[in-house]
Design a protein around this ligand. Structure first.
Ligand SMILES: Nc1ncnc2c1ncn2[C@@H]1O[C@H](COP(=O)(O)OP(=O)(O)OP(=O)(O)O)[C@@H](O)[C@H]1O
Length: 635
């Protein structure tokens, strides 16, 4: 075997590292995860060639089928060109991993049995070995067979536009013009096609030949909306709920009488402000008594979801009041007891439970309760407060909507026990990380990192920045380049600060985000990541970069980095993010889905890079990567 030795230079510390290259052309320090468990999963192709037998992680029958014919001589295979950097391992199809061709990624309807044999996969795994052994052992997610997903309904509901929903005309117009900020030719996403008619009680199925007997609508309806991250779940529940809110308001005599008196008073006062009159004589009948409550886990999400609701409120004329720990108690009190009324509250469960604890009247008229990010809000830390609110609203509740990107087993058990008849609306791609998101793996135990994760992280970010700069050089004006927004996720709060400081010391614009970060700093940091607008490198940054270079230092001008814990991984709509670095291997597949879900939202492409250290679960990472490549649901 031909062996060459070459010098590689770390982008950050510029230290030289010698790496050995085999005739297979694969460098040992940048690796792709392949079909092996433990250490073998990270073996280079060179190692694999020397290995006498197959990898210990036994691939299932499908992969056996997909293997190239046994007559093929591996030695004559064209070597893959070597690529340095963290992307060397991006979903590669030739090295280290025995991937199957796409034809075997079949949907149930593609199969000869029409997908009727639901146990086929399970049986084949059992006979030939367990493909996703590590993930199966962990099993944090509920497995949902294709038959259980709402795929058939989705096929029937060929909805091309929001106009086809039974929504109030103003609301239909407001979806594109306000909630989606003037987007044209807006089509509902799969979860919206499923959930909006269900919540409205609208049917798109074939019309019954005979007139069916009227179906009695139960006094309370319960829905679970489960769909992949960044698929538009917020609008899927918000649109029908705003519709219901306005219909109920039109039927509410107290509100109608109030509106009438207000209009008369306006005429009497000839355009003078009415606030004094409202304050003294006539507070709104909805003061302190919302009809809709939306619960979310964090203050950032309170702001985000309230902004979506306010986009509708502006046109539909209703009052949205966010309650958040980042506001002063006085502001929260004013929001809740505003004399102008409150129709919808967006809050964290803790805050609302505290407020409602001292005033039971607040939750006495809630007709719609949404538990957004239900996988978080019904886990151990949040569930006591969340359930308290569910119980308090039960007497008046007409619709309970749980919304989630994952269905953990705990949530599944809770639903089976507490809401056995809940209508589960699940999209076909639930629990699968979209194939448009690629996952690369960096083995930090190897040269040049030698278990220095900070260095590997900084190196990955520099590579992204340099890649972007090179790209700009070939196309756009050098001085007008876009800023890359990168999220780095760690498992422990304490690590955020340490990693951010290290990145800053390497000339990277990084901030740490955790529960102790001030609300203002959090929202400032997140603003750049949630805005869909392209962001140009500022003149200041260009000057700083030049000054740093002159002083023999380094400054990466075209990237912004947030180092965060799970705080920023749930629900935050980071449309601008294309790159996510998983500094720590996430504890569960639920965390993988949420963290990688910050990139590649709403059909965009994304890249994840996971740093795998000596003590990390390489088998789990390998299986997640393989599932992603195959477009399969994680377990
Ligand atoms: N029909 C649509 N067409 C285009 N964009 C849409 C549509 N519906 C929603 N969006 C946009 O998609 C983005 C993601 O939506 P949203 O935050 O509701 O996703 P999500 O499914 O709740 O994600 P997560 O599970 O991470 O919370 C938002 O910026 C939203 O404005």
């Amino acid at each position: 075997m031909l062996r060459t030795t070459r010098e590689s230079v770390c982008l950050i510390c510029r230290s030289a590292a010698t790496s050995t290259r085999t005739s297979a052309g694969l460098e040992k320090s940048w690796i792709g995860l392949g079909g092996g468990t433990g250490r073998r999963a990270f073996a280079t192709r060179g190692d694999r060639e020397r290995r006498p037998g197959p990898a210990r992680m036994v691939l299932s029958d499908r992969s056996q089928v997909a293997r190239p014919p046994s007559t093929r001589d591996d030695n004559v295979r064209k070597p893959r060109p070597a690529v340095d950097g963290p992307f060397a391992a991006m979903n590669r199809t030739t090295a280290n991993i025995k991937f199957r061709p796409p034809t075997i990624v079949e949907t149930r309807s593609d199969r000869p049995d029409g997908g009727r044999d639901r146990d086929r996969d399970r049986k084949s795994h059992d006979k030939k070995g367990n493909r996703f052994k590590a993930l199966n052992m962990q099993r944090s997610l509920t497995s949902i067979s294709y038959g259980q997903r709402s795929s058939t309904k989705l096929k029937i509901q060929t909805v091309e536009s929001f106009d086809q929903f039974d929504l109030l005309p103003d609301l239909k117009a407001a979806v594109a013009s306000e909630a989606l900020k003037g987007m044209v030719d807006v089509k509902p996403t799969p979860v919206q096609r499923l959930a909006i008619p269900a919540l409205l009680g609208q049917s798109f199925g074939p019309k019954p030949r005979r007139k069916a007997a009227p179906v009695e609508v139960p006094r309370r309806q319960e829905f679970l909306l489960a769909a992949e991250t960044g698929s538009g779940k917020t609008l899927a529940y918000m649109t029908p709920i705003v519709n219901a809110l306005k219909i109920a308001e039109a039927e509410d005599e107290a509100v109608q009488a109030y509106e009438k008196r207000l209009a008369e008073e306006k005429v009497i006062r000839e355009g003078q402000p009415l606030s004094a009159w409202i304050e003294t004589f006539e507070p709104h009948p909805n003061t302190g008594r919302p009809r809709v409550v939306v619960l979310v886990p964090t203050a950032e999400l309170v702001d985000q979801v309230a902004a979506v609701a306010k986009a509708f409120a502006h046109v539909m004329r209703f009052k949205v009041r966010p309650l958040s720990a980042s506001y002063s108690p006085l502001k929260n009190h004013r929001n809740l007891f505003s004399n102008l009324g409150v129709d919808m509250i967006v809050s964290t469960p803790h805050l609302l439970a505290t407020v409602a604890g001292s005033d039971p009247y607040i939750l006495s008229r809630v007709s719609h309760l949404v538990i957004d990010e239900a996988d978080s809000l019904l886990d151990r830390s949040f569930s006591p407060e969340t359930i308290k609110i569910v119980d308090r609203t039960m007497p008046s509740l007409r619709q309970l909507v749980l919304c989630s990107a994952t269905i953990p087993r705990r949530l599944d058990n809770f639903l089976a026990e507490r809401f056995p008849d809940i209508d589960r609306i699940t999209t076909p791609n639930l629990h699968a990380i979209p194939r448009r998101v690629q996952l690369g793996v960096i083995d930090v135990s190897k040269d040049p990192y030698r278990n220095n994760k900070n260095l590997a992280c900084a190196d990955a970010i520099w590579t992204i920045g340099k890649e972007a700069a090179d790209h700009e050089m070939h196309g756009a004006d050098k001085g007008d380049s876009d800023v890359k927004r990168i999220m780095v996720f760690v498992n422990e709060r304490e690590t955020t600060q340490e990693v951010a400081e290290y990145l800053v010391s390497k000339g990277i614009d990084a901030v740490a985000l955790h529960r102790d970060t001030s609300a203002q700093r959090q929202s400032e940091a997140l603003a750049a990541f949630t805005s869909n607008e392209p962001m140009k490198v500022s003149g200041e940054d260009m000057v700083a970069a030049k000054a740093a270079t002159a002083a023999g230092k380094r400054h990466l001008a075209n990237t912004k980095v947030i180092v965060a814990t799970d705080l920023a991984s749930r629900g935050i709509d980071t449309l601008a993010v294309r790159h996510v670095v998983l500094y720590d291997v996430p504890h569960t597949t639920i965390d993988f889905i949420h963290r990688l879900g910050r990139a590649g939202r709403m059909g965009r492409r994304g890249r994840g890079i996971v740093l795998v250290g000596r003590d990390d679960r390489r088998d789990i990472v390998a299986e997640v990567k393989q599932s992603m490549f195959m477009g399969q649901a994680l377990v």
